[in-house]
Ligand binder design. Structure first.
Ligand code: ATP
Ligand code: MG
Length: 277
């Protein structure tokens, strides 16, 4: 019998013998608050997409997937059995474009995670070359903090730090090349790694989904203004438009916003994989 060991904002984690089962729900969080209204199929879309990416990356890095779990039936399509890893306590972020917290850091200091960048970059600018911008894995309720590469070396040692950086950039480059051909810019992404029992550095968690990455339609890309992400942006904009103060509880989301958001997730999946959802 799987036992629930962790309930994140969007996913639930169960332990089943030696394995973990990650169950993706249809919950949506905005500004770290889970809204009362689910987006149908979101959990299945993100699970399918992650599995598809693990396959695309298999020759670069081993992954934690053992297989899909469809018992109980309500888990079908959105639950995966994975090897339980000893997780690396660093969120491995790769960025090819400047946005979000990195843009704020650049505006203050001209650098991101200790990496100096050329002057004149704006929201959405493409970086001269993709960069590794790791963060802490903050406990629930706290925010991830930027780490310099030297801080990662202090935490995990020089050898593991170099492997994390090189793998993160290689995965980002593979993923963003594939996506680019299909009209999607992956501006940045967050990866998680862990060690298997035999010491193999293994890609874990979810990978290259709209929840772990910024996906932008390439044909609307225009540096200097916010882009049009393939995710819950519509829900976010709608929620802010109601005057909501970003504190729990979040507002009930109307049907037209829910269906437009569902369509956006499905479109990202279908464009990337070329498969019908
Ligand atoms: P948030 O809602 O902000 O994402 P969270 O990260 O705590 O919060 P989840 O992402 O749902 O919530 O939790 C998944 C957890 O499982 C993460 O802590 C992740 O590091 C961990 N994890 C993922 N894959 C593995 C694995 N193979 N072995 C061990 N832990 C894993
Ligand atoms: Mg998480």
């Amino acid at each position: 019998m799987p036992t629930l060991v962790h309930s994140g904002k969007v996913r639930d984690v169960y332990r089943d013998g030696d394995d973990l089962i990650l169950v993706a729900s249809d919950r949506v969080s905005v500004y770290d608050v889970v809204l009362p209204t689910p987006v149908p199929d979101k959990g299945r879309v993100l699970t399918r997409l992650s599995l598809w990416w693990f396959d695309q990356l298999e020759d670069l890095v081993p992954n934690h997937i053992i297989g899909e779990v469809s018992d109980p039936p309500e888990w079908a399509g959105r639950a995966v059995r994975c090897r339980s890893l000893s997780m690396v306590p660093v969120e491995c972020v790769a960025r090819g474009y400047l946005s979000g917290s990195a843009r704020a850091e650049y505006d203050r200091s001209g650098s991101v995670c200790g990496i100096a960048l050329p002057p004149g970059l704006v929201e959405g600018s493409r970086l001269p070359t993709p960069i590794f911008t790791p963060t802490t894995k903050a406990p629930i309720g706290e925010h991830d903090e930027a780490l310099t590469y030297e801080q990662v070396v202090d935490q995990v040692g020089a050898d593991v730090a170099a492997r994390l950086r090189d793998l993160t950039l290689a995965i980002y480059e593979r993923g963003s090349d594939i996506a680019r051909d299909r009209g999607i810019i992956i501006a940045d992404t967050k990866l998680e790694f862990g060690f298997s029992r035999d010491g193999t550095l293994t890609l874990a968690d979810e990978v290259l989904t709209p929840d772990s990455s910024r996906f932008w339609p390439a044909d609307h890309w225009e540096p200097g203004r916010p882009q049009h992400p393939f995710d819950k942006q519509m829900v976010r904009d709608w929620a802010v438009g109601t005057g909501w103060n970003k504190q729990p509880p979040g507002p009930e989301v109307p049907g037209y916003v829910v269906s437009a958001t569902r369509a956006r997730y499905v479109e990202a999946y279908e464009r990337l994989t070329g498969l019908p959802f």
